[in-house]
Write a protein that binds this ligand. Structure first.
Ligand code: BES
Ligand code: MN
Ligand code: ZN
Length: 480
């Protein structure tokens, strides 16, 4: 998809469709007013009659309004201008793009007159790309070219970088586990690193054994697809200043292992590498944006399968940091992979860690499907992450990390066990487990089990992989 700027007036735009916005309060924006004027006041009249909805993300198509060159004008509702909620640009542009992508269109003009163009451009790119990678009859058709009015070329660059990165994360999640397994995921990282300019190091199963990653290896040992760890370095910040570590759970398929999941719960488990996908997406965006920062991404990749070689209940594993773990449930595998991957990050010399993981169903019980859980050992870093998420409109909420939860992961035979007593507070006992592997490093854990994979489409994005938290990580790194 070609993304460009246009200085042509909206009524003169020579493409198949243009998009304008409509606030629920206040005056028409510049471009919307221009169309209104050219068409003899049809827009303001239709808004008055409530034929055009100004509700955020509602889309109303107008066919062949007089005085307008494009045969289709799409009016997208922007909600209240006085009380703008975060994520507006991305979602409104996404909703209009998703509507227009329902059939193949060559050239579309966006005349939204919004304050920040970058998230709008990214949102439109996300909105017109779907999960129907394998359907003869597609549901969404990305445009050949998309033109933005009243936007500077730098914003086009930035918005495209962000939109491509989010879509890359979504694609990795949406591809089935037959295509995306630890080795092929690592290959994708290498390819993206070469293309966008970050350095990639891959640890295979032999290196993982040398590195004593006993917890990670145990999860992977039941699969014919061996595990991997990928380290991605982008060091364009101040020389010698310690990098931020981004750590992702990359379970490319989670059958549950011997603690096998029932069929319905297993169906979407190709999504269990969404944390890793978010880290890769963020590395891609950060390097394309050439941000002046030091960031290192670490993804722990494994396939949790059933076989004669599977790790078993009652096994005692020794993690890379020397702690012993009694396995009570092979379906609590993400924390085992992360235990070693977090330790790799800590010992590499990063000074802060943010990890992302589709870690627990319990987090969805606590917060619902749309909201990520934040758990941390450092309130100021947690506040930074929360503020970044708030600014870009990705819902996240902090859960407590009281010391008493620690009691729930004590084991009779090893230092800790991999599940809590009973199922209460399951998101937090999982985070307490992870805390055992970060030492004193300031750390925030983001449980994205809910928002990473959408069961149903939203007006601005197709169902399936959401690419969530790529935007938040970019915002965090920018530290605005
Ligand atoms: N990958 C799952 C968590 C998950 C569930 C992600 C639903 C996305 C949607 C994780 O590995 C898991 O199975 N967690 C168990 C932990 C339990 C065995 C302590 C869970 O949440 O049930
Ligand atoms: Mn599991
Ligand atoms: Zn899992």
């Amino acid at each position: 998809m070609k993304v460009e700027t246009t200085a042509v007036a909206p009524q003169e735009f020579d493409g198949e469709a243009i998009v304008v916005g409509a606030w629920s309060d206040g005056a028409l924006s510049r471009s919307t007013a221009a169309i209104d004027q050219a068409s003899g006041g049809v827009i303001s009249r239709l808004i008055e009659l409530k034929e055009i909805s100004t509700t955020r993300c509602d889309v109303t198509p107008l066919l062949a309004p007089v005085g307008v060159r494009a045969p289709l004008v799409v009016v997208v509702g922007l909600g209240s201008q006085d009380d703008q909620q975060p994520g507006l640009e991305q979602q409104a542009a996404g909703a209009a793009a998703k509507y227009l992508a329902s059939r193949a269109r060559k050239s579309v003009g966006f005349y939204l007159d919004l304050e920040s163009a970058e998230p709008a451009i990214a949102g439109a790119m996300v909105g017109c790309v779907g999960q129907d990678l394998f359907r003869a009859e597609r549901k969404l058709f990305p445009f050949d070219s998309i033109s933005w009015n009243n936007v500077d070329p730098a914003s086009v660059q930035q918005g495209t970088a962000l939109g491509d990165s989010i879509n890359t994360a979504r694609r990795l999640v949406n591809l089935p586990a037959s295509e995306i397994y630890p080795e092929s995921f690592a290959d994708e990282c290498v390819r993206l690193g070469n293309e966008f300019g970050f350095e990639v190091e891959v640890w295979d199963e032999f290196r993982l054994a040398e590195e004593k990653c006993g917890a990670h290896l145990a999860v992977g040992q039941g699969s014919s697809r061996p595990p991997r760890t990928v380290i991605m370095r982008y060091l364009k910040g101040e020389a010698g200043s310690a990098p931020l570590g981004l750590v992702g759970k990359g379970v490319t398929f989670d059958s549950g292992g011997l603690s096998l999941k029932p069929s319905e719960s297993m169906l979407d488990m190709k999504c269990d590498m969404s944390g890793a996908a978010a880290v890769v997406g963020a590395m891609m965006a950060i390097s394309r944006l050439e941000l002046p920062v030091n960031v290192v991404g670490f993804v722990g990749l494994a396939e949790n399968m059933v076989s004669g070689d599977s790790y078993k209940l009652g096994d005692v594993l020794t993690a890379r940091n020397g702690k012993t773990i009694e396995v009570h449930n092979t379906d609590a595998e993400g924390r085992l992979v992360l235990a070693d991957t977090l330790d790799v990050a800590v010992t590499s010399g990063v000074d802060r860690i943010v990890d992302l993981a589709t870690l627990t169903g319990a987090c969805m019980i606590a917060l619902g499907q749309g909201v990520a859980g934040l758990m941390s050992n450092d309130q100021s870093l947690c506040d930074q992450v929360k503020r970044a998420a708030d600014r870009v409109g990705e819902p996240a909420w902090q859960l407590p990390m009281f010391a008493e939860y620690q009691e729930h992961i004590k084991s009779q035979v090893a230092d800790i066990k991999n599940v809590g007593d009973g199922r209460w507070g399951g998101a937090i006992t999982a985070a307490k487990f992870l805390e055992e592997f970060v030492g004193d490093t300031p750390w925030v854990h983001i449980d994205i089990a809910g928002p990473s994979f959408l069961a149903k489409p939203k007006p601005w994005i197709d169902a399936g992989g959401s690419g969530c938290f790529v935007h938040t990580l970019v915002e965090l790194v920018r530290n605005r």
